[in-house]
Design a protein around this ligand. Structure first.
Ligand SMILES: C[S@@+](CC[C@H](N)C(=O)[O-])C[C@H]1O[C@@H](n2cnc3c(N)ncnc32)[C@H](O)[C@@H]1O
Length: 460
């Protein structure tokens, strides 16, 4: 039986990747590393004193020299030259940070399958440099997108433009990378404008044309229900793309028969003034927008979101769910080498992926564990916890975790599993009051108001 990989590891991800993660075994990497922001992040656990979480400041030291040696030996020759150039232009601190990241990106590249993808989450402090470094590590043609995530509200006061977004750099190792079509709800103002007509029961729709330009012979040019499109130089055009969106695969091929069918389904609006009827495209059955490279509809965590663990830099689940849904399939292995409070792991678990999370902070790992323990209710998850750290315990920590050595190998038979896992659509049906099994879609979809987070999918 293929084994499901669920692993949390406490320790530096450079060593952990070497010890635990075989080459070519990972489908998707998301990393949200420290940003060289020159801040010491701290976090407070419930009823506990303030405790250091992680130190985000960098100096060129012996560890950097070791990382540079590794990069020189294992990276493309240009990478070490780039890092030395950055030392001159951006200073030792930034260069040391980039050397640290280069070594880890090289290891991550090794772990990725040829079909794998990687999202590198950066803030504007270092994204300009990290992009150049990552291009050198992953090679020409692997860069796909720079995604701007609007992470906060407007800032004022500084004598420059308000910095309200993070960058996510998206790389794929080959053209055969996994890409699922996913959809997000329309923005409120767009939906109100574009779907401006409502049925008596309040159901909103847009009325789109049922005719195309030009006179044609045959059935499409003939009158239907007394309306003659040829009279105004047009022909009947059944909006087949919209029918696919509705899951209406069995609409007859003949034009008039198709129009009859749409009318019998209440999908045609008949203007009172007798003008040409139109197709009713309902807002609640539109697929929404495909994800774009500017994300403005995933808000930062608010105190009231119920999602916050108190860990500084915790990212919203909705953001991770969006990335994982687009770039991996059920049963795929998702790796987060700087997993912090475990957002990626929870999102991966919700979507039926396997996962590995690594972090060098005990506080982070214990929060991630707590989230995994608390988050899956009736499903008792089991995961492997390994690693050790010299950092003093910042939260209650059970001794068994420290006793496990880093030498425990990851399951070598990391094949994909599918059979026993809960597919997200099943979750949607079980947990999401707004999900329903029809119309039939193969595409994934976010359903507004879903209790199960922002992600649901409709059953195939
Ligand atoms: C920006 S936070 C990640 C937050 C996470 N995405 C979340 O949603 O909670 C960066 C994390 O990287 C960890 N970290 C820093 N250096 C590391 C290293 N060399 N190996 C593993 N983890 C490291 C820190 O402890 C911190 O938890």
């Amino acid at each position: 039986m293929p084994k499901t990989i669920r692993r949390l590891h406490l320790g530096d991800c450079l060593q952990a990747l070497r010890d635990l993660v075989p080459s070519g075994s990972v489908d998707l990497v998301y990393l949200d590393p420290p940003f060289n922001s020159r801040r010491l992040y701290s976090a407070r656990l419930e009823n506990e004193p303030r405790a250091a979480a992680f130190d985000d400041t960098w100096a060129w030291d012996a560890e950097t020299e070791a990382e540079m040696a590794f990069v020189t030996e294992n990276g493309p020759p240009a990478l070490a030259r780039l890092l030395n150039a950055f030392r001159e232009t951006a200073g030792d601190g930034m260069a040391a940070y980039l050397a640290m990241m280069s070594a880890r990106l090289l290891e991550l590249k090794r772990t990725l399958k040829p079909t794998g993808s990687l999202y590198l989450h950066c803030d504007p402090t270092s994204s300009r440099y990290l992009g150049v470094v990552a291009d050198a590590v992953f090679g020409k043609g692997t860069f796909r997108n720079e995604i701007a995530w609007k992470r906060t509200y407007s800032h004022g006061g500084a004598r420059k433009w308000g910095a309200v977004h993070d960058d996510l750099l998206f790389y794929a190792m080959s053209d055969g990378y996994t890409w699922n079509r996913t959809y997000a709800p329309f923005a409120g103002e767009y939906a109100e404008g574009a779907y401006g007509i409502a049925d008596p029961d309040g159901r909103r729709y847009q009325a789109i044309t049922l005719t195309g330009a030009g006179h044609t012979g045959g059935e499409s040019g003939m009158p239907w229900r007394g309306v003659d499109p040829s009279a105004v130089g047009r022909h009947w055009a059944v909006p087949r793309k919209n029918l696919a969106e509705l899951g209406l695969a069995d609409v007859p091929k003949g034009v008039h028969a198709a129009l009859d069918r749409l009318d019998s389904l209440g999908l045609i609006s008949w203007p009172k003034n007798g003008s040409v009827p139109r197709f009713k495209r309902y807002l609640d059955s539109a697929l929404g927008t495909e994800p774009q490279d500017v994300i403005t509809d995933v808000n930062r965590l608010s105190k009231n979101s119920g999602e916050g663990t108190g860990y500084p830099t915790q990212k919203p689940l909705a953001l991770l769910e969006r990335l994982i849904a687009a770039s991996s399939g059920p049963g795929d292995l998702v790796l987060d080498p700087f997993c912090g409070s475990g957002t990626t792991l929870v999102a991966a678990e919700r979507l039926g992926r396997q996962w590995i999370g690594i972090d060098m902070s005990r506080l982070a790992i214990s929060l991630a564990e707590r989230r995994l323990r608390d988050g899956f209710g009736p499903r008792k998850l089991k995961w492997v916890l390994t690693g050790s750290s010299s950092e003093p315990a910042a939260s209650p920590w059970s001794p068994k975790e420290d006793s496990l050595a880093k030498t425990i190998p990851i399951d070598r038979d990391a094949e994909r599993f599918t059979a026993t896992h809960w597919h997200p659509c099943v979750k949607a049906l079980n947990y999401c009051p707004s999900a329903f099994p029809s119309p039939r879609h193969s595409a994934l979809k976010w359903l507004p108001g879903c209790e199960w987070g922002s992600f649901c999918s409709w059953i195939k």
